[in-house]
Design a protein around this ligand. Structure first.
Ligand SMILES: [Fe+2]
Length: 470
């Protein structure tokens, strides 16, 4: 069985380099989408317009900008309307004003996110990008940045967005980057933990805000790990691996020393690599010993680790591939309640059919009719590896790249690990390992069983061979 811990979040995701922000501009001006920027954000900030096409560029080849309002006179809704009528889509502010703009944006972000009239995709993008800019600051100076209200402010906005916008998860997922920078990872995890928690039944905005804060800060301890280890593409030595694992405790220490008193936020930094069966670190905690929000973080963390691009991967796993792995590793590694919530968010239609993530994949993958006898064994885990039990003969129905349909003479439990040999008489090495995703009684003495493969994908193999997993 593959293990998500082989791509464990998220050491290779860290780099000292800051990615180019979408708001960066070599000309020294930041573009601001005009339509839904909260006007309080522009308080006492000069607003510029880009010169129209055909205007001579500046001497250094840059574009020209003209002052629209000086900041002394407020930029008003009437200004916005007038510019819109002139088909202006972006206004600009000087990069020197970015810190002020960022603080003012954070302060009014929650109000904007709570407004159901704000288009969801625009609200999601603004919440995501504001959080991303903030986390770049936090990672460059955690002690300074963590003492401000900024983290709470952006998490209030995430919470407000999730509470007030249907399909918040998919909008946030669409807004997300999928690169390997730490700021990206922290924002992805935080902005997915909140909708997962909401899906699990959390409704209190203050509590959802705390959950978002825990997500944003869960990996902050990585700032204390040597950059050459963090950015190493090749396989880590045992000593390097041991150092990387310290980031959980370092994170706890950093958050505590920054004056945070919320034990939840500290606990998640410390516990997000714990696993249900005690195979995680640093405390080898099991089940309920792990805070439920740490369990939510573990799932979001691994989901991002699998769906992000990495230096050692040709491509990221697709969402169905990642979901299949998470489902196959619950309940041993992951809390199945959390995984189920993520399944419902990833494909609400599939969830409504009560077939979990299997239906997502069944629809997404071409399937071929493939009817041959097969020998099936139930698998149990042991220190020696998977052990085969209770063999019986079944008939294959269809095959796709990620799954196999079977007709079996007996029902199989969802989640049961099985091995299928396609040669009945002389089982050899040609087998497929999978997990039962669904089982339906055909009322003719047979059962229709859907199997999701859990054989290692090339990505996981590469990750295992060369990844800097922590
Ligand atoms: Fe981590």
């Amino acid at each position: 069985m593959s293990t998500v811990d082989s791509v464990q979040p998220d050491v290779a995701a860290v780099t000292a380099a800051k990615p180019a922000s979408v708001t960066s501009s070599r000309a020294g001006y930041l573009p601001i989408p005009l339509n839904h920027i909260p006007l309080d954000t522009l308080n006492q900030i000069s607003v510029y317009l880009k010169a129209r096409l055909g205007t001579e560029p500046t001497e250094d080849g840059g574009e020209k900008y003209s002052l629209y309002s000086s900041g002394v006179v407020p930029f008003t809704e009437a200004d916005r309307t007038r510019l819109r009528q002139n088909r202006v889509r972006f206004i600009y502010v000087r990069t020197a004003d970015q810190p002020k703009l960022q603080r003012q944006l954070e302060a009014c972000l929650a109000t904007m996110a709570a407004d159901k009239k704000t288009p969801s995709e625009e609200a999601a993008a603004l919440v995501y990008e504001t959080s991303f800019e903030l986390m770049n600051e936090v990672l460059s100076d955690p002690a300074l940045s963590l003492s401000s209200d900024s983290v709470r402010n952006v998490c209030q906005a995430v919470s407000a967005f999730v509470i007030n916008h249907r399909g918040a998860f998919s909008h946030l997922f669409s807004a997300a980057r999928h690169d390997f920078y730490t700021a990206t990872h922290l924002v992805n995890v935080a902005t997915w933990m909140v909708p997962i928690a909401y899906e699990m039944g959390y409704r209190d905005d203050a509590e959802l805000t705390r959950i978002g804060q825990a997500g944003l800060l869960h990996d902050v301890g990585k700032v204390r790990i040597a950059p050459e280890i963090i950015s190493k593409v090749g396989k880590l030595t045992d000593d390097e691996f041991a150092e990387v694992r310290q980031h959980a405790q370092f994170g706890y220490d950093i958050i505590k020393s920054a004056g945070w008193t919320d034990e939840l936020v500290c606990a998640v930094a410390q516990q997000h690599h714990e696993r249900q069966d005690g195979s995680g670190y640093p405390g080898k905690l099991t089940g309920d010993q792990i805070h439920v929000v740490s369990r939510i973080c573990a799932v979001a963390d691994s989901f991002d680790a699998m769906t992000a691009l990495r230096p050692y991967k040709d491509r990221a796993l697709t969402v169905p591939e990642a979901m299949a792995i998470l489902q196959s590793e619950a309940p041993e590694k992951y809390d199945p309640t959390v995984v189920s919530a993520l399944v419902r968010l990833v494909d609400p239609a599939a969830a409504s059919e009560k077939e979990g993530g299997a239906e997502v994949e069944r629809r997404a993958q071409p399937r071929f009719t493939f009817q041959v006898p097969a020998r099936v064994f139930l698998l149990t885990t042991s220190p020696l590896g998977p052990q085969e039990h209770s063999g019986f003969v079944a008939v294959t129905r269809d095959l796709s790249r990620i799954g196999l349909g079977l007709n079996t003479p007996r029902p199989l439990d969802q989640g049961q690990a099985i091995r299928v040999y396609l040669k009945v008489r002389a089982p050899g090495r040609e087998y497929l390992d999978g997990v039962v995703a669904r089982c339906r009684n055909l009322d003719d003495g047979s059962f229709e069983v859907g199997i999701q493969f859990v054989a290692e994908s090339a990505e996981l193999t590469n990750a295992r061979a060369g990844g800097n997993d922590g």
